[in-house]
Design a protein. Structure first.
Length: 350
């Protein structure tokens, strides 16, 4: 600082003092705030403040907490104010090199960013340490995975064969039990389906509902008279209620499933214990293996539903409403499947 600059600064300080500002007090307060922030580690803040709020206000609250805890173990015992963009960028680079998708990395980092955002809102942090961190660029127009006609046939064949195997297996088991004087288990041949997988997969393909929406679907949400399913806002990802008409196949499947279900339970697809179904991963993977279908996730059945609608000429906005997409941009990934939409557009200019 030059002599002239020092004089100018002294004049500024003199003015502040004359107006009643306690400069030394302000410096002490700043140091105290900085010291206080060092006490707020990520783990303590999440456990004492963020977790109660997230579980009460976010559908994916526990998922966010688990994601941050699992993905950033080195940050948990560090003060939140010491988390830097450089650290997170290094973490992202390591994950990219390990083969993790950019979209997955963005989702995990956004979970951490959300926690820190609340810390700023609640006055725990003075400024957001990741406010200038840019998200990784991803191709939002990637091709959606959907079933070919042959794959769909093989999937249904695998489902029926599995169902038959479960029924014959139960029959053999009951014969074994009877021979030894044990009470038999319920005869699965008296049921339309051996278990929940055929109706679950059929509803996924014919309604485009998310897995979690199906797991939380209640019988009260099904209007058999008007052939309609209501996806309540409280279980929808977008938090918006939507209504999905039932095709003949979907309606018949639900009626058959209702006939063999315990209607004393609210959920359409409860767990074996009667609570909320957690996952069907092992069953789903065995079905895909039997059908010789590769690279097809449960969520891809939503893509299959949307793709088939677009191919049939259904307007994209209608597809958006049926799928419950928050905005049309998500639905635009299926636009290339619309019949001759690009050819017709080019034809307009001759």
């Amino acid at each position: 600082m030059t002599l002239a600059q020092a004089r100018d600064q002294a004049v500024i300080y003199a003015g502040q003092v004359s107006s009643g500002l306690d400069i030394q007090g302000e410096k002490a307060a700043t140091r105290a705030r900085a010291k206080e922030q060092l006490k707020h580690t990520l783990a303590i803040f999440m456990e004492t403040q963020y977790k109660p709020w997230a579980l009460a206000n976010l559908k994916s609250g526990q998922q966010t907490i688990d994601s941050v805890t699992r993905s950033f173990p080195d940050y948990l015992d560090a003060p939140m104010s010491t988390i830097t963009i450089k650290q997170v960028e290094r973490w992202r680079t390591d994950r990219l090199l390990s083969g993790l998708k950019a979209s997955t990395i963005n989702r995990v980092v956004n979970a951490l960013r959300g926690v820190l955002t609340k810390a700023v809102e609640w006055g725990v942090l003075e400024e957001h340490p990741l406010s200038k961190l840019k998200v990784l660029k991803i191709d939002t127009a990637t091709k959606a995975r959907y079933l070919s006609g042959d794959e769909e046939k093989r999937l249904y064949i695998a489902l029926k064969e599995r169902d038959e195997e479960l029924k014959t297996g139960r029959a053999r088991g009951n014969k074994f039990r009877e021979e030894r004087g044990y009470s038999p288990l319920p005869d699965l041949y008296t049921c339309h389906y051996a278990d929940r997988m055929i109706p679950l997969v059929t509803l996924s393909l014919k309604t485009g509902m998310r897995r979690g929406e199906l797991f939380d679907l209640h019988w009260d949400d099904v209007d058999f008279g008007n052939r309609l399913i209501t996806v309540r806002g409280e279980i929808a990802k977008s938090s918006r209620t939507r209504h999905i008409p039932l095709s003949s196949v979907a309606l018949e499947t639900l009626k058959n499933w209702r006939d063999q279900s315990n209607l004393g339970l609210a959920r359409v697809f409860p767990s074996d214990e009667g609570g909320r179904l957690d996952n069907v991963k092992s069953s789903w993977e065995s079905i895909l293996k039997a059908a010789h279908i590769q690279s097809f996730r449960w969520h891809d059945m939503r893509h299959d539903f949307a793709s088939k609608l677009v191919v049939k000429g259904v307007p994209l906005n209608t597809v958006r409403e049926l799928c419950g997409h928050a905005d049309l941009n998500t639905t635009l990934r299926y636009a290339h499947l619309a019949p001759d939409h690009k050819t017709d557009a080019i034809a307009l200019i001759g």
